[in-house]
Design a protein around this ligand. Structure first.
Ligand code: NAD
Length: 295
């Protein structure tokens, strides 16, 4: 079994660290928030008061942090503490540039590294059914695969450094755009007098079929498990969707890619978030589209 340092025990990191413990690994965790440390300790994680303490004797370090600036700060510090050869894995969703820089820092220290962002949300983190999108060398991926499998159901090696982040950003741009497309169709159907159920019955078995419709339907009724049936409690919060869409726009600018719908989707989610809806599920975007439909 492996000795793992886990940095960032929040909504995702807390349950992920707990699943590593359940699989028999020794996990030393740290977070800036004392209550989260105590929760992790109750799940079998050794709570450490500092990152330096958490890194003692570990073979693998996993970070699960809010954004690129946190990952850069933590990795800058951690490469000064760990011996070369320590496997470093960042599971946060971050911008491509920070991800590349983190890999570069690890390489200079002689540490193999992976970017391994996830999808599946907090329920997937708790159930150990996350999807991992992994970037890094094949040899490094092979070393990490068994560890990732204890926290996830699908592990996809997407290519070299930062290609996990690239896959995550591109996937979530599809999701943000497709949720708006499905929502617009329901708003138009309402105006035309077409029932929500009839639209669902047709589109869910026709060429309009997509995950945003059939699994995460933005109106209550057709898919009982979708957040629309629970007053748009997340789920996947609007603030997180906005974060990922803004990452897609940073990446598009950096790479010189045209993403006009991604750009528009980011602007719509920004307006929705600015109006105070950041904590609602992202499928609640249908509410703002209804308001923006001229009478
Ligand atoms: P979170 O804010 O709940 O957790 C992040 C944790 O990192 C916090 O507890 C914070 O105290 C800690 N932290 C920050 N700086 C630190 C430092 N220097 N040392 C130690 N700990 C530090 O966020 P989350 O929801 O767990 O998300 C983590 C990452 O996963 C984000 O990049 C997010 O975009 C991504 N993600 C989240 C979800 C989701 O549904 N929550 C889904 C997929 C991906």
């Amino acid at each position: 079994m492996t000795s793992i340092a886990f940095i960032g025990l929040g909504h995702m990191g807390g349950p992920m660290a707990a699943n590593l413990v359940k699989a028999g690994h020794t996990v030393r965790g740290c977070d800036l928030v004392d209550e989260l440390l105590a929760e992790a300790a109750a799940r079998g994680v050794t709570a450490c008061g500092s990152m330096e303490e958490a890194l003692q004797g570990c073979d693998v370090v996993i970070t699960m942090l809010p954004a690129g600036k946190h990952v850069m700060a933590v990795w800058t510090e951690l490469v000064s503490f760990v011996p070369s050869g320590t496997l470093l894995i960042d599971c946060s969703t971050i911008d491509i540039e920070s991800s590349r820089n983190a890999h570069e820092m690890a390489k200079e220290k002689g540490c193999p590294s992976l970017d391994a962002p996830v999808s599946g949300g907090t329920t997937g983190a708790q159930a150990g059914t996350l999807t991992f999108m992994v970037g890094g060398e094949a040899e490094t991926y092979a070393k990490a695969e068994a560890i990732l499998q204890t926290m996830g159901k699908r592990i996809v090696h997407c290519g070299g450094a930062s290609m996990g982040q690239a896959a995550k950003i591109c996937n979530n741009m599809i999701l943000g755009i497709s949720m708006i497309a499905v929502s617009e169709a329901f708003v138009l159907a309402e105006k035309l007098g077409l029932s929500q159920q009839s639209l669902f019955d047709v589109a869910s078995v026709s060429s309009g079929q997509c995950w945003s419709l059939t699994t995460y339907c933005p109106v209550p009724g057709p898919v009982p498990s979708s957040p629309a049936n629970q007053d748009y409690q997340p789920g996947f919060a609007t603030a997180l969707m906005l974060k990922d869409l803004l990452l897609s726009q940073d990446a598009a600018k950096m790479a010189g890619a045209q993403t006009p719908l991604g750009h528009e989707a980011a602007a719509l989610y920004q307006r929705f978030s600015d109006a105070g809806a950041g904590a609602k599920d992202f499928s609640a975007i249908i509410q703002t589209l209804r308001k923006e439909t001229p009478e």
